[in-house]
Ligand binder design. Structure first.
Ligand code: ADP
Ligand code: MG
Length: 717
């Protein structure tokens, strides 16, 4: 087991602040512990001799405990935690509220708490937590109304109230848990720690969670990636909508971060994301009890035509496919099914089917190696016994060891059968779509658990040059940079067209002359974000017009904004747009996940098209390649309508090089290369725009690993 094993399996639990007082949290926790805990409960309260009939000790020094649950007022909570540390109690659950969630005094107190925990190396849950429970030894150190049933899911939640609601419902449903933790404010232990712990725990088969935010996005991705190779993680992350994000931030003070980053980050972490509590438990239950399918194809066996069609639609919406049966299977169906039945998938065994026909059809389908999983779909009839069908389904599922979902439709008559199915880990649903979603979760997890994660490539770049270029921005005290920072891309080996910046018409001509053919000229000003919007980009300028074009561009900029700061005019080699595709490669820094890389269809209509895909940096070669294939316009890159395919390898390499740049320089807050023109023989970044954090730039940069073991001025290749 992992490092937090003792938190969930202590011998002696001290409750600091234990009391008899009716209605108090201190009493609720003590009672819950006394109810079922196989270990020893030690009430700690200097003002009492005994609590609920148990002798009290006056301080943690006398408790000899290996877990301390802290229920004292906030003003003394930090001191109590220090006492735990001094007395060698490594595991502490702080129930007490009144920390980071309550304003600046609370935040300062939480800072102190964190410092004490760090000083003594404590595993600290909370503060502002409902508590922890572990069913293996009956430990319920929460102040919720119910204990949990034993099971193999472990559950973490950022909302304590949600835990109490879930346990109440799960007890009704017969759903059990291994460990449950209310994360509270996550001052020390957070979601990544528990994912890591439960990943190592052989008794946890599925990890589920309700989160409002993730503290350290990148670290979470790296941890969860490892764990999801064999343990499924299913999470509800609330705050998906702007209004939801607002509500979450006032709830626990979590900085919400962008929904886009969460969606991307959770996917990269190998996590199955559920959009609702129903989805969370539907997925968790099948993942807990059913085997993974060998292939993604489902057989539907039904006595009802209409629901058969509905299920087929649900398959169409999922990752599953409809299985095509082998000759042998079709023969068997022809022999056993009546004329009016359907031997192809969905298999219609007809409304007069009795239990024998149903079971035989399911047996035949599950024996077919083209079938990865099956749905038993049934409507009530006079000749069918639901309980018998449930028993047959359970037996055949075990025999073939393939996942089976059940959709026995009906009302109260289904209850007994659903009980039989449920006990064998086959949830029954009225709605065929939900049953199919369960099978879909298995396929999804199979996909996630077999993903290969490579390390990001480290390119040989001129980091020092990049630092200088960014340093110039700091000197100018200007956070917004445009094409004047084109050499930043050069420093990281991202191809750019020949060109430079002129500050007068003669200089512009000097720059244009050595460039073959016509040139492109653009106004350069931090005050003009979209150059073409104000006529600030002139494409196809012959040398003889360069002088006038210079004057014209400056005039346009002045007309647009008289006080605009104008740095000059860029003169740039023409790029062949006819054979290329304009793409965009960008980055936005998210407060939780850090640099979020974007790739999409580019050009001046990018906001209208919104054809984009994302990854949290650093982006690996595989991920960059996936990105180029994921956008709707991907067929354009592959060469639609007789055009030559573009060089997607160079595009993917550009994504990775930019990923390295923004990882190396946290001062870059956002950056867009738009367009990166992708052509059959390479790609060219013709425009760049970025925003930097000037304060961060002025701080002396810490050398990173790649810098310390390499000379700074290593030449670019
Ligand atoms: P902005 O995005 O500020 O309007 P860009 O530099 O991206 O300015 O230029 C706008 C458009 O002009 C590009 O999307 C592209 O279609 C065209 N363009 C810009 N530079 C070049 C170039 N060097 N060669 C060919 N077309 C270009
Ligand atoms: Mg542009």
């Amino acid at each position: 087991m992992g490092e937090l094993a003792a938190l969930f399996a202590p011998e002696r639990v001290a409750v600091v602040g234990a009391t008899d007082r009716e209605g108090s949290v201190g009493r609720a926790i003590t009672e819950n512990l006394l109810a079922d805990f196989e270990g020893t409960v030690v009430p700690v309260n200097p003002k009492r001799e005994e609590v609920l009939g148990r002798p009290c000790v006056s301080s943690l020094a006398e408790a000899d405990a290996d877990l301390a649950v802290v229920v004292v007022p906030p003003s003394v909570a930090v001191e109590v935690v220090r006492e735990a540390g001094e007395n060698g109690i490594d595991n502490v659950v702080v129930i007490t509220a009144g920390f980071g969630e309550t304003g600046s005094d609370g935040a300062a107190r939480e800072e102190e708490l964190r410092a004490v925990a760090e000083e003594y190396g404590l595993n600290l849950v909370g503060p502002n937590s409902l508590g922890v429970l572990s069913t293996r030894r009956g430990m319920n150190a929460t102040f919720g109304p119910d204990n949990a049933l034993a099971g193999n899911m472990s559950f973490m939640s950022q909302s304590g109230a949600f835990i109490t609601a879930v346990l109440d419902w799960a007890n009704d449903q017969g759903i059990g848990f291994k460990d449950v933790v209310s994360l509270g404010n996550k001052a020390v232990l957070d979601e990544a720690d528990f994912v890591n712990e439960w990943g190592d725990d052989p008794e946890t088969d599925v990890i589920i969670g309700y989160l409002e935010g993730i503290e350290e996005g990148r670290q979470f991705i790296d941890t969860a990636r490892e764990v999801t190779k064999d343990t499924p993680v299913v999470l509800v992350k609330s705050g998906r909508t702007d209004a939801g994000a607002q509500a979450a931030s006032s709830h626990t003070g979590t900085l919400a971060g962008s929904e886009q980053a969460y969606e991307t980050g959770l996917d990269q972490a190998g996590v199955i994301r559920a959009d609702s509590v129903q989805e969370l438990f539907d997925a968790a239950r099948v993942l807990e009890s059913q085997p993974l399918p060998d292939n993604d194809n489902v057989a539907i066996i039904t006595n009802a035509g209409g629901p058969g069609v509905m299920s087929t639609d649900a398959v169409g919406d999922s990752r599953l496919g409809m299985a095509s049966f082998s000759e042998e299977t079709l023969d068997a169906f022809s022999k056993s099914l009546p004329e009016e039945g359907n031997i192809y998938n969905p298999v219609d065994i007809v409304g007069d089917a009795d239990n024998e026909r149903f079971a035989e059809a399911l047996d035949v389908a599950l024996a077919d190696e083209n079938v990865g999983c099956a749905l038993v779909l049934s409507c009530p009839t006079a000749v069918l016994d639901y309980e018998q069908l449930a028993r047959d389904t359970v037996t055949l599922q075990k025999e073939h060891d393939k996942p089976v979902a059940a959709c026995f439709m009906g009302g109260a008559r289904v209850d007994e059968a659903a009980g039989v199915l449920g006990e064998a880990g086959i949830p029954n649903y009225f709605d065929p779509a939900r049953a199919i979603e369960g099978l879909d979760a298995l396929v999804r997890f199979k996909e996630l658990s077999t993903r290969e994660y490579d390390d990001p490539t480290t390119f040989d770049v001129d980091r020092e040059a990049a630092r200088e270029i960014l340093g110039r921005a700091a000197e100018r005290d200007e956070p917004r940079l445009g094409v004047e920072a084109m050499d930043l891309l050069d420093a990281y080996g991202i191809p750019t067209p020949e060109g430079g910046i002129a500050t007068d018409p003669t200089e512009a001509l000097d720059l244009a002359q050595p460039i073959e053919g016509d040139v492109v000229m653009k106004i350069v000003s931090p005050d003009i974000l979209h150059k073409s919007d104000i006529g600030g980009v002139r494409v196809g300028v012959p040398n003889e017009e360069v002088y006038d074009a210079y004057e014209d561009l400056i005039t346009r900029a002045r007309n647009y904004q008289p006080d605009a700061e104008i740095l000059g005019v860029q003169v740039q080699e023409m790029v062949d747009l006819d054979s290329g595709v304009e793409t965009i490669v960008g980055m936005n820094r998210d407060p939780q996940f850090g640099p979020l890389m974007m790739f999409g269809l580019g050009g001046i209509f990018v906001e209208v098209l919104e054809d984009t895909t994302f990854r949290v940096a650093p982006v690996t070669e595989t991920e960059a390649a996936e990105m180029t294939g994921e956008i709707d316009a991907a067929p354009l890159l592959r060469g639609a309508r007789g055009r030559d395919p573009v060089d997607v390898d160079t595009v993917a390499e550009t994504i990775q090089r930019l990923s390295q740049l923004v990882t190396d320089f946290p001062a870059i807050l956002e950056l867009d290369i738009n367009p990166l023109v992708a052509m059959p023989d390479g790609a060219q970044a013709v425009d760049v725009r970025l925003t930097v954090d000037l304060d961060e730039l002025e701080r002396p940069a810490e050398p990173t690993e790649s810098e310390t073991d390499k000379p700074l001025t290593e030449p670019d290749q």
